[in-house]
Design a protein around this ligand. Structure first.
Ligand SMILES: [Zn+2]
Length: 128
């Protein structure tokens, strides 16, 4: 599963930011995933639990935010939401659309916590 390699890349990026916070631990990692990203949230969470072991984020929790699919119609120019397998303009029904949002996998924010109050890893958290 490619979620493992995504998590290793995520932890590499987190390590860069952690260098500026050497006295702290990585607490909560916020990522944003679009429905068309090809990333499965449950698999990502499982992969994160495996990959964080013995890493800079060994006590970190992952908070996954899922985004909506948004398109811009190239015929009528309107912006609208769409759903997986039905990427059409909600205004005129055209299939001639450009994807504005929905295929992203983004590291949004890293919350650092003081080392002395770090606790056991948190359970997964989802925000939709
Ligand atoms: Zn349209």
């Amino acid at each position: 599963m490619h979620e493992m390699s995504l998590c290793y890349s995520l932890l590499d990026t987190i390590a860069v930011y952690q260098r500026a916070n050497m006295d702290k631990c990585v607490g909560l990692v916020h990522v944003k995933i679009g429905p068309l990203s090809g990333v499965e949230p449950d698999l990502l969470h499982q992969a994160f639990l495996t990959c964080r072991t013995h890493s800079i984020g060994d006590q970190a929790a992952l908070q996954i935010h899922t985004s909506a699919i948004k398109v811009r119609c190239t015929l009528c120019g309107k912006h609208s939401r769409a759903v997986v397998n039905r990427i059409i303009c909600a205004s005129c029904g055209s299939w001639q659309t450009e994807l504005i949002q929905g295929d992203e996998f983004v590291l949004q924010r890293i919350e650092f916590i003081p080392s002395e109050i770090s606790t056991e890893p948190k359970e997964r958290q989802y925000v939709r």
